[in-house]
Write a protein that binds this ligand. Structure first.
Ligand SMILES: O=C(O)CCC(=O)C(=O)O
Length: 285
């Protein structure tokens, strides 16, 4: 069945940022925006994303106790847009891609990949980490949209950000692990970085830079914490020499046959938004 036109319209119309929003994002390394997606939009896409995640769960059949730290943190499925045409509508939508473009200040925005992150009931913490440790990108112009698919109280493990930590070069070579949790927890105390963790209402979406420190608490509720993410990068992002095995894995997964130093411009990383400057971003919603 085709997606209702009202839904397609809603996910492609602009969300108006203020200049204060953009400044706050660049200073703090993250922004938590209210009312980005309507109840109708989430009510429509949540069951589709959940079905795709369930059907393709790479760890299906393994109980929570038998999973490693990463597996306890969440069920993770990448590039749902390749599995389902309707999920593709949301992942490719202009409302989110435009926000990404305005926040990081690029004239074009490219998809890096999307993923669902489902924290099961009693699911563990997501340890402190930086995303760009995993990404072979030659600039900091990357941003993740974190889209909870239900309202997410503190007990479910919403994202927590280290304010302005993207400017500090902390733990950039440490992959997500018990060690990243330990090292970053200590450094945050030492550097007096403020931790911001807030509940998300339905429709709230946050954006964080690839170098922003973040984590999530465990899910102490009896309900799965469902989140979809879309990772965007500058349309001109180039492939850099890999610093670790994670970046090499990501190159193989997402970067096709891009040569070192070239723009990451493959079939998996299309341009999603071009800012044609006809419509100023800095108007009130
Ligand atoms: O959903 C989570 O618990 C972690 C998400 C995350 O680290 C990210 O989207 O970058």
């Amino acid at each position: 069945m085709a997606t209702p036109r009202s839904i397609i319209k809603a996910i492609n119309q602009p969300y108006r940022l203020t200049s204060g929003d953009i400044q706050a994002f660049r200073k703090n390394g993250y922004i938590h925006l209210k009312g980005v997606l309507s109840d109708d939009v989430l009510g429509y896409y949540e069951p589709i994303i959940s079905r795709v995640t369930q059907r393709n769960d790479p760890a299906a059949g393994i109980s929570l106790e038998d999973k490693d730290l990463y597996g306890k943190a969440f069920i993770q499925l990448g590039n749902l847009w390749r599995h389902d045409a309707q999920v593709k509508e949301l992942v490719f939508c202009k409302r989110l891609a435009r926000l990404a473009s305005e926040l990081i200040g690029t004239s074009t925005i490219r998809l890096y990949h999307d993923q669902s992150l489902y924290k099961e009931p009693s699911g563990g913490i997501t340890p402190w980490h930086v995303d760009q440790q995993y990404w072979p990108m030659d600039s900091a112009k990357s941003v993740t949209a974190w889209i909870p698919l239900q309202c997410t109280p503190m007990a479910m493990g919403p994202l927590c950000f280290g304010r302005s930590s993207h400017l500090k070069h902390i733990a950039r070579d440490v992959e997500i692990s018990n060690e990243s949790e330990r090292i970053i927890t200590q450094t945050i105390k030492k550097e007096k970085i403020v931790e911001i963790q807030e509940p998300y209402a339905l429709g709230d979406v946050s954006f964080h830079y690839g170098w922003t420190l973040h984590r999530a608490g465990g899910n102490t509720t009896g309900q799965t914490r469902k989140a979809q993410t879309v990772i965007y990068m500058d349309g001109e992002m180039r492939l850099k020499a890999r610093r670790n095995k994670n970046q090499e894995n990501d190159r193989l997964s997402w970067c096709g046959d891009t040569a070192d130093g070239a723009v990451i411009d493959g079939v998996l990383t299309p341009i999603l938004y071009r800012n044609d400057h006809r419509d100023s971003p800095l108007k009130r919603r």
